[in-house]
Design a protein around this ligand. Structure first.
Ligand code: GCB
Length: 598
């Protein structure tokens, strides 16, 4: 129940119109901070039916019928068949599903005891790629996009006792999907992240955004939105800073609050500081761990808390190579991030899609800056309005999930796109969408069309779209896809000279344990890869606006792009670490470079 408004808060309410400045943000598609809520995990073994020809919907298998009369029969049953772990991709769990692209029906029972004064929600961390959700035989939700969460409210729909949940999951690649028809990673299908049954009070703090106020390292700004449109008092506490502030929402349930702090310690790369922040309204309370930092650029420098920081980055996919499957747990996050940390990084580019919250939250605790992006990866149909709407949706979901994570400093809107009017309009709409939700990050995109200009003898790029970005990034595979036009000592860059430039990918393939000629690309040897790293590190000295580098990639990863029968076998071998977890020679070169750049 909401507390009665005090005289003071009623007065504040009168002025609420001036306090509220949510801009064009339309609000979050799901509640903020699900892990801070009262929840039950619906993880574990689910029953599945593999539906290669998409017959399940027609047969209404989500009704899970069993014969009731003598003449009845059903050509399906969820009981007694295959079972798969949730979370988890199907490809790594059953050999026959390794390459499977199509529909799999997931089903399970769960018990509920819904209370009158509560609301219940079903939350999926990610389902790859599209899905339809049915509760007790009724369709209750659909979602598209394999790397962002979604939620469906179950209030009034749950039965006391047994409930039956069915999820139709489909990972078929299509031209209008994101990513589209071909991409250089495994097309894992399944319910790949946590499934949660969440309970909240009727009125609750649905969405909040806690960060430093613009250009002020001591003032904290809080935007909050309640589930129900209603004027109510919201309390914001940061016990360690002895902060306890209240604000009254406007009639739409939203409020904005800024307050000064004393002794606030900023979150820094490699020196993480997080504060417990508690928001409450009536009988609802939600706590989060939040860090405070501010970002900017100054000419060609990236500034964190006003200081230039060179981004010593690495990329990884959300994949555990030794398991040949998607990463989904806290233990998986620890494995990936500890190997990244060992290399000496202060940043990770999460490639090429939003990764799970375990990774994001642990990286934040470790003081690692994150670049997070949506899978706008080559081959996207920029002409298709539907695809554009999907991209906006994915970006919205990514930002809403993680905008309270101060470690995320970059929102990436695209990887390797070619200039065209349609592309420009598409990407501009993404930047507008992003900036309408979050202006406290740097917006970035990775390009790959840098070329060597024979006349100027410089590496250059012609893509005016870069004007719209805070930081420009380039993927450049010198010594692998591109032979050297000049020796690395003469490889001078003149690319967006007035902005910070991150080399967001470089590298080459080597099979761990394979030794060969350091001058021969096709040796696929650790020696060649090491030499390629030495050459690229030399080239980086001639990029005047270099603000960071991010080798491609930390681990060998699985990709059907990679056919070579002995050197690749469905693996992209550009890892600094092998699929078995062994460090290749180039790893040491990169580690030493990062030590020097510290
Ligand atoms: C790229 C892509 C990345 C690929 C990589 C490669 O430019 O951005 O996703 O995996 O090249 O290995 O070719």
């Amino acid at each position: 129940m909401n507390r009665k408004l005090t005289f003071l808060s009623a007065l504040m309410l009168l002025f609420a119109g001036t306090l509220v400045s949510w801009g064009t943000d339309k609000g979050s598609p799901f509640m903020t901070n699900v892990y801070g809520r009262d929840y039950q995990l619906l993880n574990g073994k689910w029953n599945v039916i593999v539906d290669l020809y998409d017959q399940g919907e027609k047969m209404e298998i989500f009704k899970n019928r069993t014969p009731q009369k003598n003449e009845e029969f059903y050509e399906y049953s969820f009981e007694g068949g295959l079972r798969l772990n949730v979370p988890g991709d199907w490809n790594s769990q059953i050999p026959e599903l390794k390459y499977y692209e199509g529909t799999v029906w997931y089903a399970r029972h769960f018990d509920a005891d819904p209370q009158q004064d509560e609301r219940q929600f079903l939350y999926f961390g990610a389902v790859s790629y599209r899905c339809q959700v049915y509760l007790n035989g009724e369709k209750i939700a659909t979602h598209e996009g394999g790397f962002t969460p979604f939620e469906v409210e179950l209030t009034g729909k749950l039965r006391k006792g047994d409930n039956f949940l069915t999820v139709m999951v489909n990972n078929r690649r299509t031209t209008d999907a994101i990513p589209a028809l071909a991409f250089d990673w495994w097309n894992y299908g399944g319910i790949t992240r946590d499934v949660m049954l969440i309970t909240t009070p009727r009125q609750y703090v649905r969405d909040y955004f806690v960060r430093l106020a613009d250009n002020d390292s001591r003032s904290v700004q809080v935007s909050v939105a309640l589930a129900e449109p209603q004027a109510a008092e919201v309390k914001v506490e940061i016990p360690e800073l002895k902060i306890s502030e209240t604000v009254v929402t406007d009639a739409s349930g939203r409020a904005e609050l800024t307050f000064k702090t004393r002794g606030l310690q900023l979150w820094q790369p490699e020196n993480a500081k997080l504060y417990d922040v508690v928001l409450s309204c009536g009988n609802d309370t939600v706590s989060d761990e939040i860090g405070f930092r501010y970002l900017g650029t100054d000419g060609t420098k990236i500034l964190v808390n006003g200081e230039p920081v060179f981004m010593r980055s690495i990329s990884f996919h959300e994949e555990i190579p030794q398991r040949k499957g998607r990463a989904f747990s806290q233990a998986d996050a620890e494995m990936l991030l500890s190997e990244a940390r060992a290399l000496g990084v202060n940043m990770i580019r999460l490639a090429h899609y939003p990764q799970n919250e375990y990774i994001v939250r642990l990286a934040e605790k470790m003081g690692i800056v994150l670049w997070q992006e949506i899978p706008i990866w080559q081959g996207i149909d920029f002409e298709d309005a539907g695809t554009k709407a999907k991209a906006q949706n994915m970006l919205t979901e990514m930002i809403h999930r993680d905008r309270n994570r101060c470690a995320v400093c970059f929102w990436g809107v695209a990887n390797e796109t070619k200039p065209s009017e349609a592309r420009n309009a598409f990407l501009l709409s993404l930047l507008d969408t992003g900036r309408s939700i979050d202006t406290s990050r740097l917006y970035v995109a990775a390009f790959d069309l840098v070329y060597f200009n024979e006349e100027t003898r410089h590496f250059e790029m012609d893509d005016p779209f870069t004007e719209n970005l805070d930081v420009v990034a380039v993927n450049k595979y010198m010594g692998w896809y591109h032979p050297w036009p000049v020796p690395p000592t003469e490889a001078v860059w003149d690319v967006v000279p007035d902005k910070p430039l991150i080399i967001s990918e470089f590298g080459g393939e080597a099979l761990y344990g394979q030794h060969g000629d350091r001058n021969v690309t096709s040796s696929w040897s650790e020696e060649y890869q090491a030499r390629l790293y030495e050459d690229n590190l030399e080239m980086f000295r001639h990029i005047p606006n270099l603000a960071g580098v991010s080798p491609w990639v930390l681990f060998d990863f699985r990709s059907p792009y990679r056919f070579h029968p002995t050197n690749q076998e469905d693996w992209n071998r550009k890892g600094l670490v092998s699929d078995q977890g062994y460090r290749k020679q180039a790893w040491y070169i990169m580690r030493d470079y990062y030590r020097q750049m510290k």
